[in-house]
Design a protein around this ligand. Structure first.
Ligand SMILES: [Cu+2]
Length: 511
């Protein structure tokens, strides 16, 4: 086994323990965050023939991501990211997506229950110069969702360049008292980390560890804004937070330690607000939080470094994780105006959530999440326990598996019967966390390592963190859209893992 020093040298890590060439977060750690936070335009579409119609164009462009420097980027109806789409529950929505890029792309509606042909995944690529039409009825609860490229093998690069945006679903059962004026006291926060070269161009996968860990940058953008500031003008502000990073998990907190209330997760409101001091948000997860301000208040949204377990075993992989997880950095400066308007309240009770009883499940499926072991100092876990499910270790770093298989576009991994409830048991047999996402709607967590989930994970979810060594059980009901020929995806939402095999397909069938 390599010593720690040898391991570091092997990885090109400087003796000081810094993994990257520039310290995290490299750009602007010392400076003040003064640029006004960009608020993405809101698109409500137009109602045509009883459907809400959106016209979306995937395009390339040049965007001033860093001050005075322009990067080649992708966007939807713009050069970077896309408008916030506003949908209504129970309404039919239609999307015309025109691809003006020079390569295949797609748009996936993340978190939505819909027919598989409308999902915008790897089976619905949009060729350059063509238009894809999708339509589905919105049945999701009011909440914060998103859309992003999901094209085979290139989701990571395309999302990184900017093909992502937020979706807000409105729901009449939504409590009226919550702050809900978009851009005033209801603020989207799309969190992303990026890496730039000296000219301000985006760099992608230019280091070996990007493939293993997923692409993590040293510079944070919020809604595409570098070093942003938001100035609350109301006493309560609701932030709709979307982790749209390719691979980075944020450990969100306010730097003065003030608590906040989490009111919603991936699939809508929680049953009641949960008071928190920090909130872990993995790639693709969403959370809505409400923060209280006094006139003239200043605080900052930050990502805290996490404590590193003293028991962490040696090895290159663990060294990289240790460094990444211990980073603390700034996200958004918050400076309240000297006069603040009242802006609603947070009710003690938000919405009734029906808990799917475990006894309703008629089937349990098990999913082992595994990584190639090339980064694990040659360790061989032996037959039956290795990344290839029986052939032992040595499949090489940078390859990812679910149940020993890599995603193959023409292979259906699972067949699920219509109108059944299933338990999916996710077992992470790799050294790093994987956020597991299932298409076609929302599920509920049953437990983590046999323990009931924390209060803020008791709502509907479509993406769940599965930590190294952890067993997460979720329960999901499969309804409505049978299709023998068109599958849904399930996958790790670290996009480089997804692009390199950590994805599978299921069809929903009549029997
Ligand atoms: Cu992963």
């Amino acid at each position: 086994m390599l010593s720690r020093r040898q391991t570091l040298r092997y990885l090109g890590i400087a003796a000081g323990g810094m993994l990257f060439n520039v310290p995290l977060i490299g750009r602007g750690q010392q400076s003040t965050f003064e640029t006004a936070l960009n608020i993405p335009d809101m698109a409500s579409g137009s109602v045509v023939e009883e459907a809400r119609q959106f016209d979306l164009t995937l395009q390339s462009g040049r965007t001033e991501l860093l001050p005075g420097q322009f990067a080649s980027t992708y966007g939807i109806n713009g050069s970077y990211l896309g408008p916030t789409l506003r949908l209504n529950r129970y309404e039919l929505s239609r999307f015309s997506v025109t691809n003006n890029l020079a390569e295949d792309s797609s748009l996936h509606w993340h978190g939505f229950h819909l027919p598989p042909t409308e999902d915008g995944g790897p089976h619905q690529p949009i060729a350059p110069g063509t238009t894809w039409n999708a339509r589905f009825q919105v049945v999701q609860y009011g909440g914060t969702y998103w859309y992003h490229s999901h094209v085979m093998h290139k989701s990571g690069e395309q999302v990184y360049k900017g093909l992502a945006g937020m979706i807000i679903v409105d729901d009449e059962e939504h409590p009226q008292d919550l702050p809900s004026t978009y851009g005033v006291d209801d603020i989207p926060l799309i969190l992303q980390d990026r890496r730039f070269d000296d000219e301000g161009e985006l760099r992608y996968l230019n280091r070996y560890q990007d493939i293993v860990m997923g692409m993590m940058g040293d510079t944070i953008l919020v809604n595409g804004t570098f070093q942003p500031q938001f100035r609350p003008s109301t006493r309560l502000v609701r932030f709709r937070i979307l982790n749209a990073a390719n691979a980075r998990t944020f450990n969100l907190a306010l730097n003065d330690g003030r608590p906040f209330q989490q009111i919603a997760g991936d699939g809508g409101l929680l049953s009641s607000p949960v008071t928190m001091n920090s909130l872990q948000l993995a790639p693709a997860e969403r959370a809505e939080i409400v923060v209280a301000f006094n006139p003239g208040d200043s605080t900052e949204l930050v990502s805290l470094g996490r404590d590193i377990p003293a028991s962490a075993p040696p090895g290159a992989m663990n060294e990289m994780l240790r460094i990444i997880n211990s980073e603390r950095f700034r996200l958004l400066s918050l400076n309240a105006e000297s006069r603040l308007a009242d802006s609603g309240t947070v009710p003690d009770s938000l919405v009734a959530i029906y808990r799917i009883p475990e006894a309703a499940a008629t089937n349990t499926r098990r999913f082992n999440l595994m990584m190639g072991s090339g980064m694990r100092s040659g360790e061989d876990r032996g037959p039956g326990d290795g990344p290839r499910n029986g052939t032992g270790g040595g499949s090489g770093g940078g390859n990812y598996f679910i149940n020993g298989r890599q995603m193959a576009i023409d292979y259906i991994n699972e067949r699920v019967t219509l109108n059944t409830t299933e338990i999916w048991e996710l077992r992470n047999r790799s050294p790093m966390m994987h956020p597991f996402h299932i298409h076609n709607g929302q599920f509920q967590l049953l437990d983590r390592n046999g323990t009931p989930p924390p209060d803020n994970e008791m709502g509907w979810k479509d993406t769940v963190r599965v930590d190294s060594g952890e067993v997460v059980r979720l329960i999901m009901r499969f309804t409505d859209y049978t299709d023998e020929n068109n599958p849904y995806m399930y996958h790790c939402h670290i996009l480089e893992h997804e692009d390199r095999g950590m994805m599978g397909q299921f069809v929903l069938v009549n029997s």
